[in-house]
Design a protein. Structure first.
Length: 652
C-alpha cells in the first residue's frame, strides 16, 4: 500500500512540475511576422501561422505544446477526391507554415510537437501544415497525437529525417505538387494511414519504418509517386495500396505481418500456366480455371469464329438464381483465374473476328476476382461484349482500344474494373454498369457510340474522371437508382451529354460541356449535384423537371442558344399543400390558400396568378410571438404560404 501511495505522489509531483513549467513557458498565437527561434518549452494557443518569407527555427530539446484555446476561424479548404477537407482542422490548434520551418533536434535531445499533458485522447491538436511554396526541415523530431501529423499542400517541400510520427489520425497527407524526402522516419500507430498521397505529390523514402498502422501503411492516389527503399512495413492492416494512375517503385524492403501485403500492385509478367503467341484461330470456348494464369505475348493475334463449335457451360449465382455466363453459340474466353495480356505500343495484342465472317464473337468474360489480371496495349474488335466483368472481379485495363463491338465493356455483380488511357469508340454501347458494379474510367476517350457512351443502372456507382466523351448519341445515361460520380470530363458534340432519370443520384463536378444538342437533361425525381461545370456553345445547356432535386453551385454558362429550361409536372395545386415540386405557367386561378412546405420548390415562370376575393380553403398557420401563440395568416383571404422555396420569373 505504501509503495502505491509513493507512486501516486510521484506521478502527481511530475504532473504539477509539468503544469508549473507550462505557466512559465513562452506562449504564441496568431502570425509570426519576423524570423523567430523557439527553445525550451513553448505553448501554442490556437493557430500559429509562419508568414511567407519568415523562418521559424526550433532548437534541440524544445517541446511545443498545443492548446485548443483562442482558435480563430482559419480555414484551408482542399478537395481530396470527392470530399472537401479543411486543413485548418476546425477547433484544433495547428502550426501553419507559409514560410520556412527548421526543427533540428539531436539524438537524445529531440524536438517534440505534442498536446498538453493533462489532455487525454488522440488527435487533440491539428498538426503541422505546409502550404503554398513553403519549406521544412525536420530532423530528430517527434510528433504525437495530432489529427494529421504532417500535411503538405500546394508546392511545399519537406525533408524529414530520423524522426517519429506516432498516435496520429493520419501520419502524413500530401496533396498537389508537394515533394517530400523521408529518411530514417518511423510512422507508427496511426488510426487510418501512415502516409497518404494525392494529386502529383512525390515522396522518396529511405530506411524508414511503417508499423502497426490500423489502416494502410502507404496509400497512393491520382498521379502520385513513391520510391520506397530499404524500409520495413510491419504489422499494418495493408502494406501498400496503389490506386488510379499512381506509381510506386520498391527496392530491398521488408514486408512482415501485414494482413494484406499490397493492393493494386501486380508483379510484371507472372508465372503462367498457359502461354499464347503468334497467330491463333479459335472456334470454341476457352476457360482459364481458378488459380491458373493465361499469358499472351506481345504481337499475338487471336482470330475468333463467329460460331462456336463447342460451348462451355459456366454457371454463376445472380439474384438468387443460377445463370449461365457467356454467349450461347459464340466463342468466349472465360477467366476464372487470371489473364496477363500485356502488349507493346508497336506490338499490340489483337482480339478480333475472322475478316470473312459476319457477326460477332462472344468476348472476354471475368468471373473470378482477377486480382492479377491486366490488359495493356490490346485491341478488341467485333465482340458481342468485348470485356464482361462479374463477381467482384477487378481487372486492370490500360492503353486498350475497344472498337466496333456491340458493347465495349459491361460491369455487373459488384465488379470493379479499372480502365485508364483507353479508347472506346464506334461501339453500339460503349460501357454499361449495373447490379452494384463500380467501374472507373479515367483519362480515356469514349466516342462515336451509336446509342449510349456510358450507361449506368441498377444501383451501380461508376466513377468517370478526366475523359473525353465525344460524338455519342447519349454521352452518359444514368438510370434506375444508380449514383455515378462524373468529374472533370470534356463532354463534347453529343446529342445528349448526360441524361438522368428514374430516381438516380448523379454527382456532376467540374465538367466542360461544349457543342452538345443538350448538355444535361434531368428527368423526374432525379437528385443531382451540379458543381462548377462549364456550359459553352450548346443548343440547350441544362434541362430539368421540377420534380427533380437539383443543387447547383458555381456553374458557368456562355454562348449557349439557351442556358436553362424547366419542365413542369402535370399537377397544379390551386388550393391545399404541394406534395412535390411544381411549375406554374400561363394563367393560374387559385381557389384557396396554397402551402409550399419545407423541402418543396414552387417555380412560377411566365405566369399570371389570380387570387379569388374570398378563399374557399383556409390554412391557419400559427407562430409564437412575444410569448403568445398567434395566427399569422388571414382567414378568408387567399395566400401562398412558403416554408420551402418559391422561384418567380417573368410573372404577375
Amino acid at each position: 500500500m505504501f509503495e502505491k501511495k509513493k507512486d501516486l505522489w510521484k506521478n502527481c509531483f511530475i504532473l504539477l512540475f509539468l503544469l508549473n513549467s507550462l505557466l512559465f513557458s513562452k506562449q504564441y498565437r496568431g502570425v509570426l511576422r519576423r524570423d523567430t527561434v523557439f527553445s525550451g518549452r513553448v505553448v501554442i494557443k490556437g493557430d500559429l501561422i509562419v508568414k511567407e518569407g519568415v523562418v521559424l527555427r526550433i532548437l534541440p530539446g524544445t517541446i511545443c505544446y498545443f492548446i485548443n484555446e483562442e482558435k480563430k476561424d482559419f480555414t484551408i479548404k482542399k478537395r481530396v477526391k470527392d470530399t472537401e477537407v479543411d486543413f485548418g482542422f476546425g477547433r484544433r490548434a495547428t502550426l501553419i507554415v507559409k514560410g520556412e520551418l527548421i526543427a533540428e533536434g539531436e539524438g537524445n535531445n529531440t524536438v517534440e510537437f505534442r498536446k498538453i499533458p493533462e489532455e487525454e485522447g488522440r488527435y487533440y491538436w491539428g498538426g503541422i501544415v505546409f502550404v503554398k511554396n513553403s519549406k521544412g526541415v525536420l530532423r530528430h523530431v517527434e510528433i504525437k497525437d495530432a489529427l494529421i501529423g504532417v500535411a503538405g499542400l500546394d508546392s511545399s517541400k519537406v525533408n524529414l529525417e530520423l524522426s517519429k510520427i506516432k498516435h496520429c489520425g493520419i501520419g502524413m497527407m500530401l496533396l498537389d505538387d508537394t515533394r517530400v524526402n523521408l529518411s530514417g522516419v518511423n510512422i507508427t500507430n496511426s488510426s487510418t494511414s501512415g502516409i497518404e498521397l494525392y494529386g502529383n505529390s512525390k515522396v522518396m523514402v529511405e530506411g524508414s519504418i511503417f508499423e502497426e498502422n490500423l489502416g494502410k501503411a502507404v496509400v497512393l492516389n491520382d498521379f502520385s509517386y513513391v520510391f520506397l527503399r530499404n524500409s520495413r512495413i510491419i504489422g499494418n492492416k495493408v502494406g501498400v495500396a496503389v490506386y488510379d494512375v499512381a506509381k510506386i517503385d520498391m527496392k530491398d524492403n521488408i514486408f512482415k505481418d501485414n494482413e494484406i501485403t499490397s493492393i493494386g500492385i501486380t508483379k510484371e509478367v507472372p508465372e503462367g500456366d498457359y502461354t499464347w503467341s503468334g497467330v491463333l484461330n479459335l472456334d470454341h470456348d476457352v476457360v482459364i480455371p481458378e488459380g491458373k494464369t493465361l499469358i499472351i505475348e506481345p504481337g499475338t493475334v487471336i482470330y475468333f469464329s463467329t460460331r462456336s463449335v463447342r460451348d462451355s457451360k459456366v454457371l454463376k449465382l445472380s439474384g438468387g438464381e443460377r445463370v449461365e455466363v457467356g454467349f450461347r453459340g459464340l466463342v468466349d474466353i472465360v477467366i476464372k483465374g487470371d489473364i496477363w495480356a500485356v502488349g507493346e505500343e508497336k506490338k499490340p495484342i489483337v482480339f478480333t473476328a475472322k475478316s470473312k465472317e459476319k457477326g460477332y464473337w462472344g468476348g472476354i468474360i471475368f468471373v473470378g476476382r482477377s486480382l492479377k489480371s491486366k490488359l495493356k496495349n490490346v485491341v478488341i474488335r467485333k465482340a458481342r461484349v468485348a470485356i464482361y466483368t462479374w463477381d467482384a472481379s477487378s481487372p486492370l485495363i490500360e492503353n486498350t482500344k475497344v472498337v466496333e463491338n456491340y458493347m465495349g465493356v459491361v460491369a455487373c455483380e459488384n465488379s470493379v474494373p479499372i480502365l485508364k488511357f483507353c479508347k472506346i469508340l464506334k461501339n453500339v454501347y460503349g460501357i454499361a454498369s449495373y447490379d452494384y458494379a463500380s467501374p472507373s474510367l479515367r483519362m480515356s476517350y469514349l466516342g462515336s457510340s451509336s446509342k449510349v457512351g456510358f450507361g449506368t443502372r441498377g444501383s451501380s456507382s461508376p466513377y468517370l474522371f478526366k475523359n473525353e466523351i465525344k460524338n455519342n448519341e447519349v454521352g452518359i445515361g444514368v438510370f434506375e437508382h444508380s449514383s455515378p460520380k462524373i468529374e472533370k470530363n470534356s463532354i463534347k458534340g453529343n446529342k445528349y451529354g448526360i441524361i438522368a432519370l428514374d430516381q438516380t443520384k448523379p454527382s456532376i463536378y467540374e465538367n466542360v460541356f461544349v457543342r452538345n444538342e443538350s448538355g444535361i437533361n434531368l428527368n423526374d425525381y432525379v437528385d443531382a449535384i451540379l458543381l462548377k461545370n462549364r456550359f459553352i456553345l450548346n443548343e440547350l445547356a441544362l434541362k430539368y423537371e421540377v420534380t427533380s432535386n437539383v443543387k447547383m453551385v458555381d456553374n458557368f454558362f456562355k454562348d449557349n442558344v439557351k442556358d436553362e429550361e424547366i419542365h413542369g409536372g402535370k399537377v397544379v395545386t390551386t388550393s391545399g399543400i404541394l406534395k412535390e415540386n411544381e411549375l406554374w405557367r400561363g394563367e393560374v386561378e387559385l381557389k384557396g390558400d396554397v402551402l409550399v412546405p419545407s423541402g418543396i420548390t414552387l417555380y412560377i415562370e411566365d405566369a399570371e396568378v389570380y387570387f379569388p376575393d374570398i378563399s374557399d380553403y383556409d390554412l391557419d398557420i400559427a407562430r409564437v410571438i412575444s410569448g403568445k401563440k398567434e395566427i399569422i395568416t388571414n382567414p378568408g383571404l387567399c395566400e401562398i404560404i412558403v416554408e420551402g422555396k418559391v422561384i418567380i420569373k417573368n410573372s404577375k
